[in-house]
Design a protein around this ligand. Structure first.
Ligand code: AMP
Ligand code: ZN
Ligand code: FE
Ligand code: FE
Length: 307
């Protein structure tokens, strides 16, 4: 049996490439799970985390594709949560996606996503940008989680903007004419429910795109007491100073440090697969914590594949 974190058929001496945060068309990525797996193999990734927003919809296809490709797979999701009025993205790895309280929590978030679409379209209409829900549905396809990137894609198709980035800058970012807030699950409750579902929680891009370094160490310490297992430190939204400070906090609090691309296919520039990676020993700590959570929960939580 291979050592955890060591992928199949790895050339001797080459480091294991672990990318634990990516998106597919199940949410707002531009690739199917199969296309993502193919791209990950081409990028030299050995262990991939598939973490769509608020859904496990892409898991089965990703598992089939990863199995066929001999790629290690960690199934997860990126849950939209809120702490003290601020949005926090929580990566939940290997929870039982059928655990009823988790299903209920995600359903509420997904309902908030769906109901926001017509609200955004109404705001866009006020600035004479005409899009219909059908226009958005055409680009979002069968995504379980609809998001602003889909509205951005509809704006591209309509010829209003050139790409997603322009759509966010002109219309969809907070303060812009198409911005509408939406429901997010309470962070503390989400950490608890993920643990009950046999999974482990990691804060995504903890200080990403924020002017303030929040949550601060004291707040993260409290979350660690509630069961938070790790911090995503190496992420494109963190500069070197933020990474150093977050790494120090993780060390102080004995949290797992992850790094990842937050790849969205062609939907997000500067987020190529494996542009940031997780150290194999940190992956091993994460998977050990997940194995303990799974055992403690009594739930049929998924296990990592191909590791
Ligand atoms: P939502 O989930 O609907 O709140 O939209 C947030 C998503 O939009 C996140 O997954 C981001 O990765 C994505 N996003 C935010 N800003 C941009 C941008 N400038 N270009 C492309 N995607 C973006
Ligand atoms: Zn996204
Ligand atoms: Fe995120
Ligand atoms: Fe993400």
């Amino acid at each position: 049996r291979r050592h955890r974190g060591e992928p199949p058929d790895r050339p001797r001496g080459e480091p294991v490439k672990v990318d634990l945060h990516t998106h597919t068309r199940a949410s707002d990525g531009t690739q199917s799970p199969t296309e993502l797996v193919t791209a990950a193999v081409a990028a030299g990734v050995d262990v991939l985390g598939v973490t769509d927003h608020d859904t496990a919809e892409g898991w089965d296809e990703a598992a089939r594709a990863a199995d066929a490709a001999g790629l290690g797979l960690v199934r997860g999701m990126e849950v939209s949560t809120r702490l003290d009025g601020r949005g926090v993205h929580l990566l939940a790895y290997l929870p039982d996606p059928t655990y009823p309280p988790l299903v209920a929590l995600l359903d509420k978030v997904l309902e908030g996503r769906s109901s926001r679409v017509p609200a955004v379209l109404a705001r866009l209409r006020e600035v004479d940008v005409e899009l219909s829900e059908d226009d958005v549905a055409r680009v979002s396809g069968d995504a379980a989680a609809s998001g602003r990137p889909h509205i951005a894609d509809a704006l591209v198709v309509a010829g209003v903007v050139a790409d997603r980035d322009e759509a966010f800058r002109r219309f969809l970012n907070p303060g812009m004419p198409g911005y509408v807030d939406r429901y997010a699950a309470p962070l503390r409750e989400t950490i608890r429910v993920v643990a009950e579902a046999g999974g482990v929680s990691v804060i995504a891009h903890a200080w990403g795109r924020r002017r303030t370094r929040t949550p601060d160490e004291a707040a993260i310490a409290e979350l660690a007491d509630l069961g938070l297992v790790g911090l995503e430190v190496d992420h494109q939204d963190h500069d070197a100073g933020a990474r150093d400070a977050l790494r120090a906090i993780a060390r102080n609090l004995d949290l797992v440090v992850t790094g990842s691309s937050d790849h969205h296919g062609t939907g997000k520039v500067g987020h190529d697969l494996a542009c940031n990676t997780t150290a194999p020993e940190e992956l091993e700590r994460l998977l050990d914590a997940a194995a303990r959570a799974r055992a403690a929960s009594g739930r049929p939580a998924p296990e990592p594949l191909g590791l």
